[in-house]
Ligand binder design. Structure first.
Ligand code: ZN
Length: 308
């Protein structure tokens, strides 16, 4: 397996207020853990600058302009109750999108079997016309549409194991059966969506988990709901919205997974990528707010991507 890693120093320059959980130290913790010799074979590439026009694949132009206008020249500006922007946030957001789209290019051209994008801010809460939950634009949704437009993918699956429901991704693909969206997440929890009966055009599969759920129930939800949906859909590409806040150490939720669960789930999705998608798998960092839980989980995830 050739596994590529995209990251970029600009992702450290999206500054959030003191005490905010979505902070630059998250990426520093990931960088440190991936410095280990065990990851020497990673194909490390600096993320390219993104093409702003691709944001329009998932968001209307007036909304994009509104977000851009909200970026401050100095200090920190509030976009919603918990989403803030600093002067370099726009460049960070665009580069995160550029990295995700480049990852799609890589798996379709065979430069890599799979790719992990270590970027921030995250994206899965961003709806068509709403920035929220630390997210500006929906990077995973843009990358899915990019795969369809640039590489002729007919069916793209987005699998989201972040502990929060990806309301934004669900919103964007609600009536689009060419994209399958599968999510495991704690319920009740922010943002409040993600019930089983939210099924869109039959392309939305939600597997809500009760607080205090551990490995066994999580894996059962994956085996009984997510993986059968993937087999039935037979995607040309699998995108993972890889949040690691379902780790038991995470302060924002009450799901009790360990890094072994992320290793296991990664392996399951790789099997489906081999079966249906020519191994093509792109993983995008979403949440994960305990630095140690995040670092150990990313190490398990990327280690599995490299081993196959
Ligand atoms: Zn989350």
């Amino acid at each position: 397996m050739t596994t590529r890693l995209y990251t970029h120093p600009i992702f450290l320059e999206h500054i959030t207020p003191p005490g905010h959980p979505e902070r630059p130290d998250r990426l520093r913790a990931i960088e440190r853990v991936l410095d280990d010799e065990a990851f020497a074979a990673l194909d490390r590439v600096k993320a390219p600058e993104g093409d702003e026009a691709t944001i329009l694949y998932a968001h209307p132009a007036d909304f994009v302009a509104r977000v851009r206008a909200a970026i401050p020249d100095e200090g920190i500006a509030r976009i919603d109750a918990d989403t803030t922007a600093s002067p370099k946030s726009w460049q960070a957001v665009i580069t995160a999108i550029g990295a995700a789209n480049a990852a799609v290019d890589d798996v379709f051209t065979g430069r890599a079997d799979n790719v992990f994008v270590a970027a921030r801010p995250p994206g899965h809460h961003a709806e068509k016309t709403t920035a929220m939950g630390f997210c500006f634009f929906n990077t995973a949704a843009i990358a899915a549409r990019y795969a369809q437009k640039k590489h002729g993918a007919e069916r793209v699956a987005v699998v989201d194991w972040d502990v929060h429901h990806g309301n934004g991704t669900q919103d964007i693909f609600w009536d689009d059966p060419s994209v399958l969206y599968c999510s495991t997440h704690q319920m009740p929890l922010y943002p409040g969506t993600g019930a089983k009966n939210e099924t869109g055009a039959g392309n939305i599969v939600n597997a809500p988990l009760a607080p205090q759920t551990g490995s066994e129930v999580f894996r059962d939800a994956f085996l009984s709901r997510v993986l059968p949906a993937l087999d039935n859909f037979a995607p040309d590409l699998i995108i993972i919205s890889a949040g690691f806040d379902a780790h038991h150490r995470d302060p924002l939720a009450e799901i009790n997974l360990t890094e072994d669960d992320f290793d296991w789930a990664t392996g399951q999705l790789m099997q489906r990528a081999t079966r249906h998608s020519g191994n093509r798998l792109v993983s995008l960092l979403e949440g994960g707010y305990d630095l140690q839980g995040l670092a150990f989980s990313v190490a398990a995830h990327v280690g599995r991507l490299m081993k196959g």
